[in-house]
Design a protein. Structure first.
Length: 343
């Protein structure tokens, strides 16, 4: 039985993938497309190999924003503010990289900016009891328009008014033996996050506090401090994701925010697919990046509207993440009721 229990998460993921593909097939059929041909185009291994660099690069920021959701989730918080934290990290990294030409300062500034925003959300939640979901949603959109204003009004490109200035080559993150540097940094971040969560006292406190704040208090731990540190770490990783986008993928931000928008939200699904295990997040991010790119072929090969590719990707992502997300929500509701019942 213990061996079977250890295999259950893998079996659940496998079943979720099957359900996700099935749901995607139904969506495609409902829109009048051949599910077999479309799914074959999405998961074409030759297309995967020929676009490996692009897929791996796009997986890097997803890894970071997924970590930014996973760590607070283990502490009992829903950090859907990773989108805004990533925005702030991206614009801060862009400005610092542009002014200094130093890639390390760009990355560090992006992480600090993201952590600063996350600390504000944590303060409002832990000391003023303002729900982090509400503040995160409000700050996400606030940061969206702040970044948009900076891009178009403060640092527009003299050559192209629809985007910001580009960071200099000296501040860009290149490749190492053909492997995108942003991917190496993101995987390294996942390893560090996994070590913090499962090999340090802080990580143990975060996990115990998330499982049962009352138990953590009886054991001499401080759940409030654990939650604060989990959000600081989350903001730093989300800010890192934004820095990787502008320093290693696009080098500027457009007035449509196309390179940034949705990366934080998609990271939530990536984290849930990985069951909030930092070490499993890179594989989850790679899979979602592959599906996202493959779905764009529907427009090229079959003339499908671009929105359909997003629907297919979303259907697969929801089906993959739903089982774990449901258990997570039920656990949080039960914990909240237990805390309320005992004062």
């Amino acid at each position: 039985m213990p061996r079977v229990e250890k295999l259950l998460p893998l079996l659940e993921v496998g079943a979720s993938i099957g359900v996700g593909i099935g749901v995607a097939a139904l969506v495609l059929f409902a829109f009048g497309y051949n599910p077999g041909e479309c799914l074959a185009a999405i998961f074409d291994p030759h297309y995967l190999v020929s676009n490996a660099g692009f897929i791996l690069s796009n997986a890097a920021p997803l890894i970071c924003t997924a970590i930014a959701f996973a760590i607070p989730a283990l502490a009992g918080l829903f950090n859907i503010g990773s989108e805004g934290q990533m925005y702030l990290g991206a614009i801060t990294s862009l400005v610092v990289s542009y002014l200094t030409g130093n890639p390390f300062l760009g990355i560090a500034s992006g992480m600090i900016a993201g952590a600063g925003l996350a600390s504000l959300i944590a303060f409002l939640r832990l000391w003023l009891n303002i729900n982090e979901v509400v503040t995160s949603i409000m700050l996400n959109w606030t940061l969206y328009f702040v970044v948009l204003y900076i891009v178009t009004q403060v640092i527009p490109s003299p050559q192209a008014g629809y985007r910001s200035v580009s960071i200099p080559p000296s501040a860009r993150i290149g490749s190492i033996y053909g492997v995108p540097g942003v991917l190496l940094i993101a995987v390294g971040a996942a390893i560090v996050a996994n070590y913090i969560v499962f090999r340090t006292r802080l990580g143990y406190t975060i996990r115990v506090s998330g499982f049962s704040p009352k138990t953590a208090t009886y054991a001499g731990m401080n759940p409030r401090t654990a939650s604060l540190y989990s959000m600081l770490l989350a903001g730093a990783f989300a800010g890192l994701g934004g820095a990787l986008i502008v320093q290693g993928i696009v080098y500027y931000i457009t007035d449509t925010m196309s390179s940034l928008y949705g990366v934080g939200f998609t990271g939530i699904g990536v984290a849930l697919l990985a069951r909030n295990m930092p070490i499993a997040i890179p594989l989850s991010a790679f899979f979602i990046s592959w599906v996202s790119l493959g779905s764009t072929r529907l427009e090229l090969l079959f003339g499908a509207p671009s929105e359909l590719s997003q629907v297919v990707t979303g259907a697969i992502l929801i089906a993959l993440a739903a089982p774990y997300a449901f258990r997570l929500i039920v656990h949080y509701i039960r914990s909240w009721r237990l805390v309320k019942a005992h004062g």
